[in-house]
Design a protein around this ligand. Structure first.
Ligand code: GRG
Length: 293
C-alpha cells in the first residue's frame, strides 16, 4: 500500500460520524442556560466539524469485542470532548498560536483567550462526568492515563521543551507517541474495556492504537508540508512557523511516508491475526495511512 494515495473515509466512518454528532449534541450543555457565552463557545468548537476519528475508533473497538449497550456513546463522546479541549488549548497564543481550526477561526480568535481557556476546562469536566456515568472505573482511569503527565500532557510538555533545539528522531517519536498517540490508544482501549474484552483482544487493540496513533502524527507532519489548508481546515506550514521538530524535517518526506506506511501495515497485521474478522479496523487504518484531511 502507498500512503501518498488519497483514501476516502470508509462508509463506517461516515455513518458513525453522524451518530457521534447526534450524541455530542445530546450530551453537551444546554446552550440557552447560563453561562450562555461559555456554552456557545463549547458548541462552536465541538460542532465545528472534525473527523471524529477517536470516538469512531472507540466504537469500532467496542463492536469488534462484542460490546452491547448505550454506555459506549458516553465514553466515545468523552474522548472527542477531550480531543476538542486539547485542540482549543493547543491553538492558544501561549501554545501554537494558530488562527484557524476545523476551517473556522480558532476559539480564542472568536471568543477571546479567557473563554477559550474556560471552554477547555469545561470540556474536561464534561468528559470525566460522562465516563463516570457509565459506572466503569476502568475507562475513567484509562482516559486519565491517556491525557495525564505520562500521556498527552507529557507529549505537549516535551514539544514545548523542544522549541529552538535540534531533536533526534527518538525525541520526536516520544512527542508523537505521547501528544497524539496516547489519546488514540486510549480511545480503542476504552472501547475494548467497556466491552469486557479478553486479554488477547485488548493487547492487540492496544498495539493497533499505538501504531495508528504514531502513524497519524507522522502523516500530520507530512500534511503540514504538502497538505491543503482548505481540506485540512487548519493552516499548513504551522510546524515550520513554530520551529517544530517533525519527521520530515529530520528524515525527509519519503522516509517519513515509508515509516508511516509500515506502521499502518503492522497495525493491520496485528488486528487481522488477533481480533474478530471485522474489516472496520483495517479500513480505518488504511484511511489514516492515506488521509488528506
Ligand atoms: C487536553 C489533557 C489536555 C492537555 C492539553 C494543548 C495540549 C495539552 C495538548 C495538545 C495535543 C494536540 C493538539 C495534539 C495534536 C493531535 C492532532 C494531530 C490533532 C488533529 O487531529 P484531527 O486531525 O482533528 O483528528 P479533527 O479536527 O479532525 O478532530
Amino acid at each position: 500500500m502507498t500512503i501518498s494515495m488519497k483514501v476516502d473515509p470508509p462508509v463506517y466512518m461516515f455513518e458513525k460520524r453522524k451518530v457521534i454528532d447526534e450524541y455530542l449534541l445530546k450530551f453537551m450543555p444546554d446552550i440557552t442556560k447560563y453561562p450562555q457565552v461559555l456554552h456557545e463557545a463549547i458548541h462552536y468548537s465541538v460542532m465545528a466539524g472534525g473527523k471524529r476519528l477517536r470516538p469512531i475508533l472507540a466504537l469500532a473497538a467496542f463492536e469488534a469485542c462484542g460490546g452491547t449497550g448505550p454506555d459506549i456513546y458516553r465514553a466515545a463522546v468523552a474522548v472527542e470532548l477531550i480531543h476538542t479541549y486539547s485542540l482549543i488549548h493547543d491553538d492558544l497564543p501561549c501554545m501554537d498560536d494558530d488562527d484557524l481550526r476545523r476551517g473556522k477561526p480558532s476559539l480564542h480568535n472568536k471568543y477571546g483567550e479567557a473563554i477559550a481557556l474556560l471552554a477547555g476546562d469545561a470540556l474536561h469536566d464534561f468528559a470525566f462526568r460522562l465516563t463516570a456515568e457509565t459506572g466503569n472505573t476502568k475507562i475513567v482511569l484509562e482516559l486519565a492515563e491517556a491525557i495525564g503527565t505520562d500521556g498527552m500532557l507529557a507529549g505537549q510538555m516535551a514539544d514545548m521543551d523542544a522549541e529552538g533545539r535540534d531533536l533526534s528522531l527518538e525525541e520526536v517519536t516520544y512527542i508523537h507517541v505521547h501528544k497524539t498517540g496516547k489519546l488514540i490508544r486510549g480511545a480503542v482501549r476504552i472501547g475494548a474495556l467497556l466491552a469486557n474484552a479478553g486479554k488477547k483482544e485488548l493487547d492487540a487493540i492496544t498495539v493497533y492504537g499505538e501504531k495508528v496513533g504514531h502513524a497519524f502524527q507522522i502523516i500530520d507532519d507530512i500534511l503540514d508540508i504538502v497538505g491543503d489548508t482548505e481540506i485540512l481546515g487548519k493552516p499548513v506550514g504551522s510546524d515550520s512557523k513554530n520551529n517544530k521538530a517533525t519527521y520530515p524535517a529530520i528524515i525527509g518526506l519519503e522516509k517519513s511516508r515509508q515509516i508511516a506506511s509500515e506502521l499502518i501495515d503492522e497495525a493491520i497485521d496485528t488486528i487481522r491475526t488477533s481480533v474478530s474478522p471485522s474489516d472496520t479496523f483495517v479500513d480505518i487504518a488504511r484511511f489514516i495511512g492515506g488521509r488528506q484531511m
